[in-house]
Design a protein around this ligand. Structure first.
Ligand code: WTA
Length: 653
């Protein structure tokens, strides 16, 4: 599998020779001003990780000091052992009690256009009140609380309130369907759900509360549902279970001291796709995650006190956890949150927000940039964008054309671009340029962040020479790595630490060039990346076979200009079922209903059989090739039935 994927990925390698040095005026004011300064600090971080990370941690507030910065090795490394702290204290109280009390912490814009500004002082009050609401319904330290909301300040407040009490939040992205919520709620036995009536997206309302009601029919652990009133649209409130956010907050006391959390206590669970049908509930802990997100935000975004920082990611994904909530708030930034779609009411909405709020740091996904390019430069032209000083991307490799457009049309050839590579598992950026120090090469995530030791290796774990592709691993623990998969530590160990013993295996292919720059080459497992959203092909397959008319299904990713990857499904039907176009649409819709619209297959083909090896394994390489090119040229000697290929081609759309 690994080898097969690598060979495929190598054939689509990016080759890009342009280099864009950090602009001199930017570097002069940056935290880290030159490559040699980066190199020296990097060397120190690797030679003396305890000294380096201990100093970083000292920039935060601890209730009790740690005994040891780093203890143990993969997969059981522990950070800041016995140290006590609280993330809501470091995100909010630390600033509210100091010079930033009246600074805007959250600057929110709703899709219909309303704006709310919440200062650190006000946020302090809101978080304490909502923490008391949770306390009043019996939520306590260690309890799991699911959160299913749209992008609004209350979502950030909900997370911070959980963190304050030591309750473990589990955010389910608002685009997931009822079934996905119930699976996640049940997996970690959540005691409460925080949601809202509806949320606005592209002018229509997403009925979040109604979806929660449907999901909870299959959940027994949930005692309470708290509903934030966003739109006022009617919802069904279940007597004894559901309560309104505003009513509960009005009755709650204004003071709630933060719990003293152990550095290794869980902060949250976030489910992500793996190579099986069951999403993994990755568990992030308190101290190491706090320090990792704090330091990467400070250095990779070169954050300064006067920055207005906007990461467009939804808080439902890890990017929103680390770089909308925990990182920038720990840094005391003004964090912009926008509720809706980039093309509502028109394609210029993002640029209008940048100008209206004088955004200085803007962080988005390549898939969004490709959409802007498609919509045309005219949507950007009317805006000055002069407030911007740094741009970032995340989630997938950025193609050099998109990079150049971003650089020219948005950054006006003035702003450095940070291409940040990381994962739900890593918690923080692991490869990313330090903007005042590292020259950018379009399409490369450049160099490791401090303390991160990446390497490109063969299947056997041996380093490959510069310029050659291989598997991307990380050799040494870093503080923000997820510590386990909720309820399944064995799966954690086998998923990440068994492929290359002694190292963390990312699941990505990469190559390192002669200058030490890393170039990501896509996943080498069955995870696909659709519009920057991570999905497992097995999850989609399980959803398809759960439909009564489907006998077997195989799902692969194929390259797509806009989305990065598109979803191609091959389906065999139960005996006697007619393969009609109507059924095709029904099955695509079925997947959207089971998982969420983001998982709806782009292509769906019926076939009488799936190509299998003699040992019965589906030959995904052939399917990928067929989905991509419409033909198959590779080695088919292990194919069980050559006739299958001919049949697959016949049913090609
Ligand atoms: C991919 C998102 C290339 C990669 C933060 C990784 C990237 C997966 C980049 C994690 C990047 C993320 N360049 N590929 N800058 N950033 N990826 O867990 O395949 O949703 O393994 O975390 O996205 O996706 P996840």
């Amino acid at each position: 599998m690994l080898e097969e994927k690598l060979t495929e990925n190598f054939s689509s390698l990016l080759r890009e020779n342009r280099v864009f040095p950090a602009p001199a005026d930017f570097a002069a004011k940056a935290h880290i001003k030159s490559e040699s300064e980066y190199e020296a600090l990097y060397r120190r971080s690797v030679d003396d990780p305890e000294g380096f990370w201990g100093e970083a941690a000292s920039e935060l507030e601890w209730f009790a000091p740690w005994k040891k910065v780093l203890e143990g090795e993969f997969p059981d490394a522990k950070w800041f052992t016995d140290g006590k702290m609280n993330l809501s204290h470091n995100c909010v109280d630390r600033h509210a009690n100091g010079a930033l009390k009246d600074k805007v912490a959250l600057l929110w814009e709703g899709e219909p256009g309303e704006v709310r500004k919440i200062t650190y002082g006000e946020l302090h009050g809101e978080v304490q009140k909502f923490a008391n609401v949770l306390k009043n319904i019996g939520v306590k330290r260690g309890d799991r609380v699911a959160v299913y909301m749209g992008m609004c300040p209350e979502l950030a407040i909900a997370l911070l309130a959980c963190a304050r009490l030591g309750a473990i939040h589990s955010v389910v992205f608002g685009g997931f369907a009822a079934h996905a919520i119930s699976d996640r709620v049940n997996d970690s036995a959540c005691v409460a759900v925080i949601t809202q009536d509806t949320s606005y997206r592209r002018g229509s309302e997403i009925k979040l509360k109604a979806i929660v009601d449907e999901a909870l029919q299959k959940c027994t652990s949930v005692q309470h549902v708290i509903v934030y009133q966003r739109s006022g649209s009617p919802v069904n409130m279940v007597e004894g279970r559901d309560l309104w956010w505003h009513e509960a907050v009005a009755a709650a006391s204004a003071e709630c001291a933060p719990e003293w959390m152990d550095a290794e206590d869980p902060l949250y669970i976030l489910y992500t796709s793996g190579t099986t049908g069951k999403p993994k509930g990755l568990v992030h802990t308190t101290g190491g995650y706090a320090v990792g997100t704090y330091l990467t935000t400070k250095y990779v975004f070169d954050l300064r006190p006067d920055d207005v920082y906007w990461c467009t990611a939804d808080i439902g994904w890890v990017t929103g956890h680390s770089y909308v909530v925990y990182g920038p708030l720990q840094c005391g930034a003004t964090v912009v949150m926008y509720e809706g779609a980039p093309n509502w009411p028109q394609n210029d909405r993002f640029w209008k927000i940048v100008d209206d709020h004088q955004v200085t740091v803007f962080y988005t996904a390549p898939t969004a940039i490709r959409a802007f390019i498609k919509w045309g430069d005219q949507w950007v032209k009317g805006y000055s964008l002069a407030s911007l000083r740094l741009l970032g991307t995340v989630g997938e490799p950025i193609n050099p054309e998109a990079w150049m457009w971003y650089h020219r049309e948005i950054g006006k050839e003035r702003c450095p671009i940070v291409d940040t590579y990381w994962q739900t598992e890593t918690g923080m950026h692991v490869l990313a340029p330090i903007p005042g120090a590292i020259a950018a090469k379009p399409g490369s995530a450049t160099k490791p962040f401090f303390g991160v030791v990446p390497e490109v290796v063969t299947k056997e774990g041996d380093p490959v020479p510069a310029g050659q592709g291989g598997l991307l691993v990380i050799r040494k623990p870093w503080p923000a790595i997820a510590r386990t998969i909720y309820g399944d530590h064995a799966r954690y160990v086998s998923s990440y630490f068994s492929e290359i013993p002694g190292s963390y295996f990312t699941g990505d292919g990469a190559r390192r060039d002669e200058d030490g720059y890393f170039w990501l080459m896509g996943r080498v497992d069955d995870v696909i990346n659709v519009s920057g959203h991570r999905l497992g092909t097995m999850e989609i397959e399980s959803a398809l076979v759960a439909h009564g008319k489907v006998a077997e299904a195989a799902v692969v990713g194929r390259p797509d200009e806009m989305k990065g990857q598109a979803i191609a499904a091959f389906v065999t039907l139960e005996e006697g079922v007619e393969p009609t176009d109507a059924l095709k649409q029904e099955l695509r819709q079925w997947v959207a209903k089971e998982i969420g619209a983001l998982a709806r297959p782009d292509d769906l083909r019926f076939t009488q059989m799936l190509p299998k090896t003699r040992s019965g394994k589906i030959m995904r390489r052939l399917l990928r090739e067929l989905a991509t090119t419409g033909t198959v040229s590779g080695d088919t000697t292990t194919l069980e039935d050559f006739g299958v290929l001919a049949k697959l081609k016949e049913t090609d759309e």
